[in-house]
Design a protein around this ligand. Structure first.
Ligand SMILES: Nc1ncnc2c1ncn2[C@@H]1O[C@H](COP(=O)(O)OP(=O)(O)OP(=O)(O)O)[C@@H](O)[C@H]1O
Ligand SMILES: [Mg+2]
Length: 416
């Protein structure tokens, strides 16, 4: 489910994906080992034992990541865990390659707690390569937070590059929010996800050595069984500006629609670039619409341009809030969220709030109780012969527009 991606390979020609072929950018060459409570290794630490044109080997990696508690798996172990990477175990596919559901028990790897995992396998003919794999390990191997997906281990065998994560039962936000034939995601769930993802970003930005995530989007927010949001995919993450620097200059990468306008124009990256992308996801949560529409008819329309002017006008709010919510949201709370999205989507980075402020704004907006929408919508004719649902709303019945999904009646969003 990957959106159109601006990638390393769309900028430079990489000759092989098992070697670090792209020279490191200037700003990546610093070894970040200064004091502080948490000494995080940087990308350059991982490459310091080998020249940038040599393949990094397992020994280099395990030395660099000693203490990170990551498991090193063999390809054979991952084959077994995923039923030989069978099609039926496939969870999805992005720019890095396919993702499979797998299972580890004590027989497969002693000492590793029995658990379901997600195994991401680098597509050797794909758009990404060793560098993204390495960045994922360097960042996620060292960072632990309730709102970052847990990396369990990796595999580095010949040209094969794989990553093993905790399994996130509900997959990604993109699939949950935009799924067509299922009940609409309730307001309280949307707010829980918005807060969780904001906490993940605030953690990265607030680290001793701040991290710019650079690829914040609905498909990179994974959801637990209780809709706890966790950020995944650190392949494009970068260390933030240091000392007197105001920004990091990078090649332009990210995902169309989510990338901040000033970053797209100049390549100047700051934590405020992530705040813009966060605003886009917040807008998607409010409207239930994708920033980049996949359907032919809506291609080319800009969700941000269309919705942003209405975000600070209460009288227009109903026009943009997801109709599938059927009005089940708190008007005051929605107004605050809309204003927040408006600020995050500022064209200029300066007026955008810090992610720590976003967290503070969202925290008090978590207590809305969605009206119970039971497994059935009871439809009966009233004395005038007009069909009403159990909430007394008039229905425009179309026999093919009700779809039964796992005991729930979900309504096609074009119905009312
Ligand atoms: N840890 C996980 N647990 C459960 N499902 C996962 C996990 N990681 C990824 N997935 C599933 O695999 C799909 C592909 O994920 P992936 O991150 O590779 O691609 P993407 O985010 O869709 O695209 P992109 O390459 O642009 O990031 C996701 O949409 C999600 O459904
Ligand atoms: Mg992803």
């Amino acid at each position: 489910m990957s959106s159109k991606r601006i990638t390393w390979k769309s900028c430079i020609l990489i000759l092989g994906c098992y070697k670090i072929k792209c020279p490191l950018e200037e700003s990546e060459k610093h070894v970040l080992k200064e004091g502080g409570s948490f000494q995080r290794l940087s990308m350059s630490d991982a490459t310091s034992t080998s020249s940038s044109t040599q393949a990094i080997n397992v020994e280099d990696l395990s030395i660099s990541l000693a203490g990170s508690k990551l498991y090193t798996f063999t390809l054979e172990e991952l084959r077994e865990a995923t039923h030989n990477f069978s099609w039926s175990n496939m969870l999805g596919e992005g720019g890095f390659g396919p993702v499979y559901k797998g299972f580890f028990d004590d027989k497969l790897r002693q000492g590793l707690e029995a658990q379901t995992v997600a195994v991401k396998r680098l597509d050797l003919d794909g758009l990404q390569g060793h560098r993204e794999w390495l960045a994922e390990i360097m960042f996620l191997g060292q960072l632990r937070h309730p709102h970052l997906v847990k990396l369990i281990g990796y595999c580095n065998e010949d040209e094969h590059r794989l990553l093993v994560y905790e399994y996130m039962t509900r997959g990604c936000l993109e699939n949950q929010l935009f799924r067509r034939y299922s009940a609409a995601m309730p307001w309280s769930t949307r707010m829980k996800i918005a807060l969780g993802a904001a906490k993940g970003l605030a953690f990265l930005h607030g680290a001793d050595k701040p991290i710019i995530y650079r690829d914040f989007k609905a498909s990179n927010i994974l959801l637990d069984s209780d809709f706890t949001a966790k950020l995944s995919d650190f392949g494009l993450a970068k260390e933030g500006p240091k000392g007197e620097e105001t920004h990091v200059t990078t090649r332009i990468m990210g995902t169309h629609g989510y990338a901040a306008p000033e970053y797209m124009m100049t390549g100047h990256l700051t934590t405020k670039s992530d705040v813009y992308s966060y605003g886009v996801v917040l807008l998607e949560l409010l409207t239930g619409k994708r920033v980049v529409e996949k359907s032919e008819s809506n291609r080319g329309r800009s969700l941000v341009e269309w919705a942003r002017p209405m975000l600070r006008d209460q009288s227009k709010l109903n026009r943009i809030i997801d109709r599938r919510l059927e009005g089940q949201f708190p008007m005051k709370g929605a107004m605050k969220v809309a204003l927040l999205a408006y600020k995050c989507l500022s064209h200029h980075p300066h007026p955008r709030p810090a992610m720590s402020d976003v967290v503070k704004i969202l925290e008090p907006l978590q207590d809305f109780e969605d009206a119970f929408v039971g497994p059935f919508v009871f439809v009966a004719e009233n004395e005038n012969g007009i069909k009403e649902n159990s909430r007394g709303r008039t229905l425009n019945i179309h026999p093919f527009k009700f779809i039964l999904t796992l005991g729930h009646f979900a309504r096609n969003d074009s119905l009312i």
